[in-house]
Ligand binder design. Sequence first.
Ligand code: ADP
Ligand code: MG
Length: 255
Amino acid sequence: MNPLLTLEHVGFAYHQAEGETPALSDISFTLEAGHFLAIVGPSGCGKSTLLSLISGLLLPEEGRILLHGLPVREARANIGYMLQRDHLFEWRTVYTNVLLGLEIQHQKTPEKLQKVDHMLDSYGLSGFRNARPSQLSGGMRQRAALIRTLALEPDLLLLDEPFSALDYQTRLTVCDDIYEIIKKEEKTAVLVTHDLSEAISMADEVLVLSARPGCIRKRVPVKFDLANRTPMRSRSAPEFKDYFNTIWKELNDHA
Ligand code: ADP
Ligand code: MG
């Protein structure tokens, strides 16, 4: 069986009139279905570029990216993208915001609508179906944005600093909420963040990128001896600080 996602020696540069900006160099890794990968690295090292390449918005200049063994644009895989800003529309209700993706793709089938209802119920938003986004807390907004993304049943979920607009306390709870949803829905995810703790608390593996052009400095598999792992419990597990120190050192030795 092919891994869900394979990157082989991927390189990319932005070309402008003033010259070129090498953004990524020789990135190789694989990701198995159901796994959670986090990518950390200094600001500007190419993390968002990497997600754009995986999603097929940009094409690699070197190397290749395969989904289920096929180049991204041929794979016809469904990729969900979640960003720092939730992009909920104020003129729509929570419910019609959540249905937006299905509406655009003409996929409002009874089964999909039922699944959306079920997610709104399970994840504490059914009482807010007719509310406007501004009536929700930051955490609820991110949950609504995730449900909108999941409604399209993506094979792969790309998360680009999805919590960085939230204050620290909200961020901790939202991390737990989003993690629970991703696990319950059995999704495969790539999270990009500059927050080490966030990466360690959520991921099965952390890739540490160097400064631009980003290349892989280190791969750190993360495992906690917890019966019921959540990001919050991981943060207070004894292994947490060892992972933190290892990754911190890796980032700073080369800074
Ligand atoms: P990160 O997400 O890790 O902060 P990015 O992937 O956004 O980094 O950017 C990597 C590098 O590429 C940065 O130096 C950035 O300035 C540059 N860059 C990003 N997007 C563009 C673009 N559209 N045109 C030119 N340079 C870009
Ligand atoms: Mg970025």
